[in-house]
Design a protein around this ligand. Structure first.
Ligand SMILES: [Fe+2]
Length: 215
């Protein structure tokens, strides 16, 4: 892929986030991969990742490694390296390791409680996490008792630190298909439920954890 990759860094509070628009071919590859997994009984079982995650969601499946690897090289690596270099100007990134990548299939009423992606295994940890949106319900209706002036439906909320007069501690984002957000693995976040007339409607996203290795 020779197209220029556009992304921006933003810093609404202490942590830096990156936002980019996912290539259409990436969306197609990921959706095709998820469809193939869900249509195959054995693959569905082999790719089941729900037991490793905390979300109260319909299903979570591991992304097929070859699909993830293709887009890691073509799209994610350049952004992750630039993001890292923005903070570590004197260091050179040797490699980016994707520890795991998974799809999240949410149905009306599902949610993901406040959490981060810290997993301290033998002293090591991930560095970065992300979320990208593959599909959203065609039409959502307000969740039960939702206030029209403050509808959190399907939003992701990032939380860091304490609110103060000139310091924001939270950022709420409406998911949009093709939007992708990169953030530090320790940044707390939660996902709110949504509601639809059709209870089989789905909100599909993917996430991964990455570790940065320096030279
Ligand atoms: Fe998460």
């Amino acid at each position: 892929m020779s197209d220029k990759i556009n992304f921006k860094l933003f810093k609404p509070f202490g942590s830096t986030l990156a936002k980019a628009e996912l290539p259409l071919q990436l969306i197609k590859d990921f959706k095709d991969d998820l469809k193939a997994i869900r249509e195959d009984k054995q693959k569905k079982k082999d790719h089941n990742w729900g037991d490793r995650l905390i979300g109260s969601v319909s299903a979570e499946y591991l992304v097929t490694p070859s699909v993830m690897l293709k887009w890691k090289r073509q799209f994610f690596d350049p952004i992750i390296v630039s993001y890292t270099n923005a903070h570590y100007k004197q260091e050179k990134v040797k490699s980016v390791l994707i520890n795991s990548a998974w799809y999240v299939v949410s149905k009306p009423g599902d949610y993901n409680p406040l959490h981060n992606h810290c997993e301290y295994i033998k002293g090591s940890n991930y560095d970065l996490s992300c979320v990208g949106y593959l599909s959203l319900p065609d039409s959502m209706i307000p969740t039960q008792n939702a206030k029209s002036h403050n509808d959190y439906s399907a939003q992701i909320q990032f939380v860091e630190g304490s609110e103060n007069k000139f310091s924001d501690s939270q950022l709420r984002i409406d998911p949009k298909v093709r939007d992708w957000y990169l953030f530090p693995n320790y940044l707390m976040h939660s996902v709110y439920s949504f509601n639809c007339e059709d209870k089989n409607s789905e909100r599909v996203s993917f996430s991964f954890n990455a570790t940065i290795n320096f030279e």
